[in-house]
Write a protein that binds this ligand. Sequence first.
Ligand code: CO
Length: 320
Amino acid sequence: MCSLPTSEDKRYLNRKEPNSDAGIYQIDENTALVQSVDFFTPVVDDPYLFGEIAAANALSDVYAVGGTPLTALNLVCFPCNKLDSEILKRILQGGYSKVGEAGAVVVGGHSIEDEEPKFGLAITGIVNPRQIISSSGAKAGDLLVLTKPLGTGVITTALKGGVIDVSEVPEAVKGMTDLNDKASRAMKEAGVLACTDITGFGLMGHAKEMAEASNVCLKIKLDSLPLYPMARELAEQGFVPGGTYRNQEYFLNSTQFMVIKDERSTEINLIADPQTSGGLLMAVPPSGLSKLFNLLDKAGVRGQLIGKAEELTDKFIVIE
Ligand code: CO
């Protein structure tokens, strides 16, 4: 996209934030469209579960900007000559159920023949233009809250390798299918002004993008980072997805480590671990923290305080 000129159309509200989670386009004084799309290859063997995870993941960008999803379009790549069409039906049913849980409607889609199955959705939602939450809103002094543990990259890598079964990682499976809707509603009510969701770039990449967009440094406490059960063991055993190394290539030079000495340590791999349907990373003013945690608790969302935003000095991210 960086080779393309950015539209100057003023209705494209976040045109100056190329890394934002969703495109936002003003319709009238009180309404803006929120649009996002994501699709990927299967992360689990069970087609229905894959459909649910892909939908929760695609919906997440709309929740990250404080929007409400309305409609969804399926994107399907499928090898019709190699795989049973029942598998595709199950994938679509899983996606359909998640979109329904989000209160949105599947209104169509498009499919093509492809060697490897892929599934995802294009989501359209709405947001009040005065209540958009962006990754550029973090201020020095804000506290950082993460709403899901990390480690789905290593876990899905081990699942794909057949080393573990989904029954051994129920927390991660539930986490990936959980919508970020409740977390999003809680942050809106608590007055959070900066948020992004943690997906393919990992905590390291998405935190860097928030820090850069907000012109602050995000100081993250290593010991406070929540991990799914088995994530650390699997990372230690080497189930590190290729995306982890790409993330490190892009983002390591923006990151300062106060406590990790070995550049190839498990910790760094987990901080850079690409997430599927990860949680929301919010920056909340200290005065709003207890309200946010009360609302998250009430909604059954386990928020974790992982650090704070400070004035930018040298690096966008400091791991301490
Ligand atoms: Co996102």
